[in-house]
Ligand binder design. Structure first.
Ligand code: ATP
Ligand code: MG
Length: 406
């Protein structure tokens, strides 16, 4: 079938009457971003829906796949745009029907938003159905459970016809819901947490705590790789890499071994909080999950959360691990996340961390040393990378190597 447009339907935007224009503009821009580097199309968005006009040589499946993965898209269909005559409709409906197999059933579904069109819904349905039956002796009509539904939309500007609807990821367009800072480890959970908030329209920057030489360059590259995968779905993401070794060593000097995990998390949170203010974000996001490990009991969360008044969003809080894994596979981060590289927390994990840390105890341990300066130093020495889907992990190394040459 030769299609000339992709019809894109919006998700919940319909509900957001006041901000509608902003939402539509953002979605159009996100769709354009997702279609790079495809060629031969033009995106036109209006209040209710978006049409992408396509040339003959566009790979329709590829385009549909990219579009339906953009947050804010409810569904998409390859469509044929027709002039507003019944002859054009008959001809195109017959063309659709000729791709069906002998013995298949079909129905004609009509939506008529142009109330002045000369035929009503029922007439169009009957006449188009009749034309298809006349052209194909071995097709029959089944209105309840047909093999094919040929959809005819009579709108003010034209008539559109299609027979496929591909479900989109839904949610809201990224860029319409403010900014958050995602605490990104190399594990399975945090990239999923990031995608969950982005699905609700929120933009993220990511922060990663790195403790060389205890954590290797490979561990850092893994986090960059995860960021690249997320960026391939939502556009470039800033990644802030925090040198965390000094803080971690100091924690191990002053805090009781069983409380080092709690304290490490608290220091991470303090640093994240400073970065939130610097980048003018409104919340922190992490991949915590209730009861999953020692640091994720309610008592732990209370002790860790206590260092900040910034909202901490935990989109995976109540999911089961297999549900998280399923989401990680769907967004494409799972295979990278299970690569065996050490995280700064796993390296310093005590054999027997407290699962029910007492808040006043951890505060008491930490009070032996003034961490403020060290925290400021860590923030001052953050390395910020702008990661897009084609980011070259070895870029910096190459630059050094080349400067040696010249
Ligand atoms: P993940 O799979 O995301 O690593 P996890 O189940 O392994 O999660 P933890 O390692 O306990 O859980 O970490 C809980 C959360 O703390 C992570 O989801 C992440 O948001 C944050 N976090 C842990 N380590 C780091 C790190 N090195 N840098 C940034 N954030 C981190
Ligand atoms: Mg982890």
């Amino acid at each position: 079938m030769k299609y000339d447009h992709i019809l894109v339907r919006y998700g919940e935007l319909t509900l957001k009457q006041n901000n509608r224009k902003m939402f539509v503009n953002q979605l159009r821009s996100n769709v354009r971003q997702a279609l790079i580097p495809l060629k031969g199309y033009e995106v036109k968005a209006n209040r209710d829906r978006m049409y992408i006009e396509i040339d003959d040589n566009v790979d329709v499946d590829e385009m549909i796949n990219r579009v339906t993965n953009v947050y804010g898209v409810r569904s998409a269909s390859p469509v044929v745009k027709l002039e507003k005559t019944m002859d054009a409709v008959y001809e195109q409906a017959v063309a659709f029907s000729q791709t069906f197999n002998a013995g298949d059933t079909f129905k004609i579904e009509v939506k008529r938003s142009d109330k002045n069109f000369e035929f009503d819904t029922f007439q169009i349905q009957r006449q188009v159905g009749g034309a298809v039956l006349k052209a194909n002796e071995n097709l029959t009509v089944d209105v309840k459970n047909p093999d094919h539904a040929i959809k005819v939309e009579v709108r003010l500007d034209a008539i559109y016809m299609y027979d496929t609807i591909v479900k989109g990821v839904g949610g809201l367009p990224v860029g319409t819901g403010g900014k958050t800072l995602l605490m990104l480890s190399g594990g399975i959970d945090s990239p999923v947490a990031g995608m969950e908030v982005m699905r609700r329209g929120v933009t993220i920057e990511a922060i990663h705590f790195h403790s060389p030489p205890f954590t290797s360059e490979k561990a850092k590259e893994k986090v960059i790789e995860l960021t690249k995968i997320m960026a391939s779905r939502v556009g470039p993401i800033k990644l802030h890499i925090v040198p965390f070794t000094e803080v971690q060593k100091q924690i191990h000097k002053v805090v009781h071994e069983r409380y080092t995990m709690t304290s490490t998390r608290r220091m991470m949170m303090r640093i994240a909080d400073k970065v939130v203010h610097q980048i003018e974000a409104d919340a922190i996001v992490n991949g915590e999950n209730l009861g999953q490990v020692a640091s994720q009991t309610l008592k732990s969360m209370y002790a860790i959360n206590n260092v900040t008044s910034t909202p901490v969003l935990r989109p995976l809080l109540t999911l089961d691990k297999d549900e998280i894994v399923e989401k990680a596979r769907a967004i494409g981060t799972f295979e990278t996340s299970i690569q065996p590289f050490e995280d700064c927390c796993t390296i310093f994990t005590p054999k027997n961390p407290v699962t029910e840390p007492q808040f006043d105890k951890v505060v008491q341990y930490e009070s032996v040393y003034n961490f403020d300066e060290m925290i400021d130093r860590a923030v001052d020495n953050i390395e910020t990378l702008e990661i897009d889907k084609d980011y070259d992990v070895n870029k910096d190394e190459k630059a050094d190597w080349m400067s040696d040459l010249f």
